[in-house]
Design a protein around this ligand. Structure first.
Ligand code: A2P
Length: 334
């Protein structure tokens, strides 16, 4: 039977579960699916395309005969298994941050830079979720008017911290409403009814690593080494869709009408921009959707020229920000 032998490493995780669903929903040509996780999950079952599949404990031998390995088990596991995967001749599509900035590892969003995927040497990296969601909206505008500077404020869901982050938000919200204590463990502070302006660790310049990913990964994917990006990343009590307020400065003038026309034709974008009808992107509406929702498009009134735009985006962190993007990268090789 034609098709690929696909492995999902981290198949029980928040992203891994969505990878399996996306393979099925998008009719990816799977000949054989191997579901891999830790020993804790070995023997659990998952339903895929009408079949019941068993989770196996991941070992270096798991990749024999595998064509494509979708990894979402964290950076340490990706580093540990890279050699076993590539030695087995499999293409590793890695959702972690382990290899993203390596010169020989393409960093790919298929709507942005699909041509880079073909230059791989065994590993392709999936970008940071917030960057992936942002660039689906920003890349078409950049192609039209050349983006020079971007200021982002993000509103990132609990799913960014994996299944345990989502579970903590739900349980802590229940506990809070019942007047009970629930000590944080997935997050640095209480996330229920709170905001935490701290995602990933802090760097010497006061930014977090998450915020600097927006700069470095955008430059790499847009092939724009001069691009200036400043970001403030905030964890919010939302289950799984990230939102971002973006202020964009272009080399050339661009009006909101022109931006709307460009975005209406852009792949992966749904324009939701009718404020009079109270229509704008919201995480509740982006949840479960493949497309990134883009709206609140307006001219930046803090400038004397027309080179600035403001907009708001929401995208499903587990889908376009992770699992869907990985499966779309695999589709480039079908
Ligand atoms: P498991 O469920 O068996 O621990 P999340 O990001 O949602 O927390 O998910 C992390 C994923 O990585 C899970 O599928 C988890 O499996 C998997 N994982 C964690 N540690 C290992 C390991 N040592 N070997 C293989 N998979 C692992």
């Amino acid at each position: 039977m034609a098709g690929f032998t696909v492995a999902v490493a981290g198949a029980t995780g928040a992203v891994g579960v969505e990878m399996v669903k996306a393979l099925e929903e998008r009719h990816f040509p799977v000949k054989n699916l191997k579901l891999l996780a830790s020993a804790r999950s070995a023997g659990k079952t998952v339903f895929f395309c009408g079949e019941t599949l068993r989770i196996e404990e991941m070992t270096p031998e798991s990749f024999k005969g595998v064509d494509i390995a979708l990894f979402s088990a964290g950076s340490d596991i990706s580093r540990e298994y890279r050699k076993a995967v590539t030695d087995a001749g499999a293409l590793m599509i890695d959702n972690s941050s382990a290899f993203r900035m390596e010169d020989d590892v393409p960093l790919v969003v298929p709507e942005v830079n699909p041509e880079d995927a073909k230059k791989h040497k065994g590993v392709i990296a999936n970008p940071n979720c917030t960057t992936a969601i942002m660039l689906v909206a920003v890349a078409p505008l950049h192609r039209a008017r050349k983006l020079e500077r971007l200021v982002a404020s993000t509103y990132q869901a609990a799913s960014g911290a994996g299944a345990k982050g989502m579970a903590e938000l739900e349980a802590q919200t229940r506990a809070y409403l019942a007047g009970e204590e629930y000590a944080p463990s997935a997050f640095a502070h209480q996330i229920a009814f709170n905001l935490i302006p701290h995602i990933d660790s802090f760097c010497d310049n006061g930014y977090t690593k998450e915020e600097l990913k927006m700069l470095n990964e955008s430059r790499k994917m847009l092939h724009a080494p001069e691009l200036l990006v400043s970001c403030t990343s905030v964890r919010v009590p939302i289950l799984r869709a990230h939102s971002e307020a973006l202020n964009l400065e272009f080399a050339e003038e661009i009006t909101p009408e022109e931006a709307r026309a460009i975005l209406a034709a852009a792949p992966g974008v749904t324009l939701v921009d009718d404020p009079a009808a109270k229509s704008y992107p919201m995480p509740k509406d982006a949840t479960g959707k493949y497309d990134v929702l883009v709206g609140r498009i307006r001219q930046d009134v803090s400038r004397r020229d027309k080179r600035g735009l403001d907009l708001f985006v929401s995208g499903d962190q587990l889908l376009k920000g992770a699992a869907l993007n990985a499966v779309q990268i695999a589709e480039l090789f079908c």
